[in-house]
Design a protein around this ligand. Sequence first.
Ligand SMILES: *Cc1c(COP(=O)(O)O)cnc(C)c1O
Length: 354
Amino acid sequence: MNKIHNFSAGPCILPQEVYEKSAEAVLNFNGSELSLLEISHRSKDFVAVMDEARAIVKRLMKLGDEYEVLYLGGGASLQFLMVPFNLLKADGGKAAYLDTGTWAAGAIKEAKYLGDVDVVGSSKKDNYAYIPTDYIVGSGYDYFHCTSNNTIYGTQMKEFPEVDTLMACDMSSDIFSRKIDFSKFDLIYAGAQKNMGPAGVTLVVVKKSILGKTGRTIPSYLNYQLHIEKESMLNTPPVFPVYASLLTLQQLEKNGGIAAAEQRNIAKAQLLYDEIDRNPYFETFCRNEDRSLMNVSFKITDESRKSAFDEAWKAAGISGLNGHRSLGGYRASLYNAMPIESVQVLVDVMKNFA
Ligand SMILES: *Cc1c(COP(=O)(O)O)cnc(C)c1O
């Protein structure tokens, strides 16, 4: 086990087995005496990786053949643009967005390049301390877009609304971390580097029947339909991140799938939130009912003690605990691969500090 307790928000900790197996594949892939990095993406061995990487997502999410799974470049940030390109009508198109944080706002900005956007709910004026619930999404929209987990502010949507249109969701920072009825969504995307692999690849899960209806000309790389036809090999895919993502998902499946991961994630988050609530030196930024299981953003109540706390957690071998530069404070990211033992180390530091 790593001696460093890595709470980084992304790129972030992955299972130890993934580091070991992917390192091995870089040196000698499948016993071929060739590196994963030097073989053709069209070789039989890599096509098998891509096929299984796509299949395992549907198994884990319990989705049927009406969905397609893609691995694309460009990060979740490119999806901010690809979603409206593929779903927003060319003529008089209009989309509804929920503004729950910096990433949600980023998605809104890109959609506005292509058409009308209504921000149906926003907690921006309260520094994104909660998830708005007082909104309705009617049938006048081409789609509704939300962000399931707000990586910076440490809030998470516990429930998803019933909407009268398509539903697209940025699940970058909590994908595969909890049980969700994924079939409620028409389009899901996630940058791999938060909870399912290394940086460099983005997962897209899309219901085929929603595509091709905008009357818009879509440049090739931005067109989901073309990626589907080419089975995620429209261009050279990021072979290493796809392989390491597959290993991560295989590990998840072996360890009981999403339901078991959710139990572990609840236990970890509970341990840390209980300490924050008990310890007068710490508090969270957000409303209790919207607290994230993945990113615990918190601050110290007595700023004059900050450097003493910083020294204490660094001395305990903790890394990556500083909050996002836009919010300050601290952020403990408790993604799937984070062991509860590391959370206990942090909790012990907080106890001793008090
Ligand atoms: C990190 C993050 C992004 C940005 O991902 P990139 O892959 O770097 O573009 C988008 N949305 C959410 C929720 C994130 O946490």
